[in-house]
Design a protein around this ligand. Structure first.
Ligand SMILES: [Zn+2]
Length: 285
């Protein structure tokens, strides 16, 4: 399960300070970038956010739901929402059918624009297939953190690190609408509550099934776990290959991109951070 007991001696960190330092540079860069993006988003989405429903505190035992400092994550909503996003999350069967027809028309246009004949046999069903595939690849817009987690919290005295590693990620780059794929490792140190282990990959899956940039995806997942569980800290690392870099642009087929986000004790305590990096085998040079 990737758990370690706090009473056990910590493993010696395998990373050198310089590697940790560079990890932090990336993290700071990501934070600054997200801060700027958050500011821009606050302006753009002011009206949309004002209409959001406040988190409920009734039968759910979500922890510090009111404490979210993130402009990205909220519990009854979907983050970065627009009227179109809300429309998709709440659509009727009739609206779903209309959406599909509209998308099929758009794909036919794309086929014509690339120089193809959408009426030739091999392409006849392609608009419908592609539209359905794209809706599946972006199904994260129809879900939210609260539904995904579904109150799977358990009071435990375990104070050691909990890690779920090698979570496969398939997402779409929002700049080119082509895939980026890789692995994510999520770790946290509980306060007095643990979350069902399968919920961490589910949270990662939900955010990755939206149009993303890797930097924001990493931050989305870390902040969601922090907000919903209120642990002592959260760390997320992601390593992925972007087809927009492999198949076009610089065409570097072996390039991978690494992003990290550390919060709470992972940010403050280099021993905790190094234990995480060592346990997820992220100590390569
Ligand atoms: Zn791209």
């Amino acid at each position: 399960m990737g758990q370690s007991d706090a009473s056990e001696p910590r493993e010696q960190p395998l990373l050198t300070d310089s590697i940790v330092g560079s990890s932090f540079t990336r993290t700071s860069y990501t934070r600054n970038r997200n801060r700027k993006e958050g500011k821009r988003r606050r302006i753009l989405n002011k009206n949309a956010r004002q209409s959001r429903v406040k988190p409920t505190t009734g039968k759910t035992n979500l922890l510090p739901s009111q404490k979210s400092s993130s402009p990205i994550v909220d519990f009854n909503d979907i983050g970065r929402s627009s009227s179109a996003t809300h429309g998709r999350a709440n659509e009727t069967p009739k609206q779903a059918k209309e959406r599909l027809e509209k998308m099929c028309g758009a794909v036919r246009t794309l086929l014509e624009c690339v120089g193809e004949d959408p009426n030739r046999e091999g392409l006849l069903a392609t608009p419908s297939r592609y539209a359905k595939a794209l809706l599946y690849l972006t199904k994260g817009y129809q879900d939210n953190v609260k539904n995904v987690v579904n109150d799977a919290f358990f009071c435990e005295s375990h104070k050691g690190m909990v890690i779920v590693k090698d979570i496969e990620i398939y997402s779409l780059c929002e700049h080119h609408l082509v895939p980026f794929t890789g692995k994510m490792h999520i770790g946290y140190v509980p306060s007095d509550t643990v979350i069902g282990l399968s919920k961490l990959p589910r949270i990662a899956e939900m955010f990755s099934r939206r149009l993303q940039v890797q930097e924001r995806l990493t931050q989305d997942v870390a902040q969601a776990v922090m907000d919903i569980l209120n642990p002592q800290g959260v760390a997320v690392i992601m390593d992925s290959a972007h087809l927009c870099m492999v198949m076009r642009g610089v065409e570097k087929t072996c390039t991978t991109t690494i992003t990290s986000c550390v919060l709470g004790c992972f940010k403050k305590d280099s021993t905790v951070r190094n234990e995480f990096l060592s346990l997820v085998n992220f100590n390569r040079t």
